[in-house]
Design a protein around this ligand. Structure first.
Ligand code: A3P
Length: 324
């Protein structure tokens, strides 16, 4: 698969050299494409977005979770997977629940990774039931492959308070163990986050585009926030189930079906299942699970940083009705 990836991305290297470039996140050179900053290698690179734009073909039944990184992607992957597959994995079937033994990123793969597989799940005639229909991506709305926009595929979008996202980026990035990445201080992370020079930044533009699209296409795009999900997980899981086309029946609800999903996907449960092993080279499974707090930024940001981030958020989101 590594060879597939290198081969695929290589086709776009000439276009890469025509794009604006800036040193940003973890000392990497990032490239500006269609208004957003990208890495220059690997599955989450600008070349991958171009490749997906050129030739990605979705199955019409696919449902995509779209997020800016560090917004709670892993949690919502777990919630969507557990909700959609709840009939398959319950006490009666005795099958081990995949989320108790594996990373949610393996249950709901990124299209950025899946695309280079020899037989990607999304084109299999008989897709692997573990991953059937659910995929995810970080690609901004402007750059989503036309084939997804033109299809009938539904999207779930998740975002989070920018201050918690920034702090989450900070802890996550410094735990990555790839040698060429330069660790960042909180101040440096603040600088790249406010400038937008980190993968899929600027954060605010990512959110704004999907927010607007969800207002235009409410039946196709479900817009969620981490904060509301935390505060009212029960009703939000029911909302997700309805959107996925598998609402909880009164009977299921009466038997505690929603609470069961919440339990399997809780931070404690996922942390335990992912305490060992690597998701990818230089990326441990454990790195995706930390505090999961709303407003945890208070421990790490100075008053000045907080004020600047609030000012940007107020300005960028002034005509949006988002409650963090
Ligand atoms: P913190 O760093 O604030 O703790 P992503 O999945 O998009 O990379 O986002 C990571 C953030 O989601 C981390 O936030 C992580 O702790 C939090 N998270 C992961 N699993 C979670 C869960 N089951 N419930 C709530 N938050 C979770």
């Amino acid at each position: 698969e590594k060879d597939n990836l290198a081969h695929l991305l290589d086709k776009y290297k000439d276009r890469l050299t025509t794009l604006p470039k800036q040193k940003g996140w973890m000392g990497e050179n990032l490239y500006l494409y269609q208004g957003f900053w990208y890495r220059s290698y690997g599955p989450f690179s600008v070349q991958m977005t171009m490749a997906l734009q050129d030739s990605y073909q979705p199955h019409p039944a696919n449902i995509y979770l779209v997020t800016p990184p560090k917004s709670g992607t892993t949690w919502v992957k777990a919630l969507m997977f557990a909700t959609l597959n709840r009939a398959r994995y319950n006490q009666n079937t005795l099958l081990p629940h995949p989320l108790l033994i594996s990373n949610p990123h393996n249950c709901v793969p990124f299209i950025e990774r899946e695309f280079t597989k020899k037989t990607p799940n999304y084109v299999q005639e008989n897709p692997n039931p573990h991953t059937a229909r659910l995929f995810s991506t970080h690609i901004p709305y402007t750059s989503l492959p036309r084939s997804i926009l033109d299809s009938s595929c539904r999207l779930v979008y998740l975002c989070r308070n920018p201050k918690d996202v920034m702090v989450s980026w900070y802890y996550f990035s410094n735990k990555l163990t790839k040698k060429h990445l330069t660790p960042m201080t909180i101040k440096e992370m603040f600088e790249v986050f406010t400038k937008g020079t980190l993968p899929y930044g600027p954060y605010w533009d990512h959110v704004k585009e999907y927010y607007k699209a969800s207002c235009q296409h409410p039946t196709r795009i479900l817009f969620l926030t981490y904060e509301v999900l935390k505060k009212d997980t029960f009703n939000q899981v029911k909302r997700i189930a309805e959107f996925l086309g598998c609402p909880f029946s009164k009977e299921e609800e009466g038997k505690g079906g929603v609470e069961e999903i919440m339990r399997i996907c809780s931070l404690e449960s996922l942390k335990e299942a992912n305490k060992d092993g690597e998701y990818n080279e230089g990326v441990s499974n454990a790195v995706f699970f930390r505090e999961g707090k709303v407003g945890g930024w208070g421990d790490d940001l100075t008053n000045e940083m907080s004020k600047i981030l609030d000012d940007i958020t107020n300005e960028k989101f002034q005509d949006l009705n988002i409650s963090f």
